[in-house]
Design a protein around this ligand. Structure first.
Ligand SMILES: [Zn+2]
Length: 253
């Protein structure tokens, strides 16, 4: 399999999840190659081929995505929700999706997709309750409560024992921010306290996400190389804003 991390369902009705890196896709130039980012920046034909590859790889004929805006809105994906469908992905890839920074569903055969380049991608599941979710937790969303909103919506779907996998993002030793911005994050979520490798104020988004998840009873696994340090991944900061997006995806058969 050509995704960076790919966990197939272990039983016929189980949950699978994956995080991608930038390799084995179709995009070119600064977006090379497995980009799931904005259609107004990259070539929609290339993006559609990447999404088709994703759908085929995970064996789902529907992919749910959202317009991510660093908020706390959760899209509750039901049978009638707008999704990309295998066979018409090229037509649908440029669609204006509802604004949301997390997706939750009890539907089977739908891949929930979240896109990032330094922000924290999280995939979540309560397989016993047949509920899955993804969340986009950057600095703004994390501090605003996107993880809490995601877990609350999962609970509405009957989730009681959530497992969460925190994917590739910029680490605390790399994520330098102005002192006042760091202090605001530290006050709100003490687990985010960090210094850069060169001694300046920083925010540890992954530790902050983990703390929120664990405070709400989730079992957390960190699957999180640093996107800034590891050139296998897109990094908004390292690539100076012109780059693609990796994705976290989760589905249930
Ligand atoms: Zn780092």
């Amino acid at each position: 399999m050509s995704f960076w991390r790919f966990e197939q369902p272990t039983d016929p009705t189980g949950v699978g999840w994956a995080f991608t890196d930038r390799h084995n896709g179709f995009s070119r130039g600064p977006y090379a190659s497995l980009n799931f980012g904005r259609t107004d920046l990259d070539d929609p034909d290339d993006l559609a081929r990447n999404y088709e590859f994703l759908a085929t790889s995970i064996g789902c004929d529907r992919l749910a995505v959202s317009a991510q805006v660093h908020g706390t809105t959760v899209a509750d994906i039901g049978a009638d929700s707008p999704v990309m469908r295998a066979g018409s992905i090229r037509e649908e890839v440029t669609r204006q999706w509802p604004e949301a920074d997390a997706l939750v569903t009890s539907e089977r055969g739908v891949g929930l997709v979240i896109r990032v380049a330094d922000c924290v991608p999280i995939v979540l599941a309560d397989p016993a309750a047949s509920v899955i979710a993804v969340a986009h937790a950057g600095r703004v969303g994390l501090l605003a409560g996107v993880i809490e909103s995601t877990l609350a919506t999962m609970a509405d779907h009957g989730a009681t024992r959530v497992r969460a996998w925190v994917g590739p993002h910029i680490c605390g030793a790399c994520y330098e921010v102005p002192a006042d911005m760091a202090q605001a994050a530290w006050d709100r979520n003490p687990a985010t306290v960090a210094k850069t490798r060169w001694g300046t104020d920083a925010i540890d988004l992954g530790a902050g996400a983990r703390a929120v998840l664990e405070a709400h009873g989730a079992a957390v696994e960190m699957v999180d190389p640093c996107t800034f340090e590891d050139s296998r991944f897109y990094s908004h900061r390292r690539d100076q804003g012109v780059t693609g997006r990796l994705c976290g995806v989760i589905w249930q058969k």
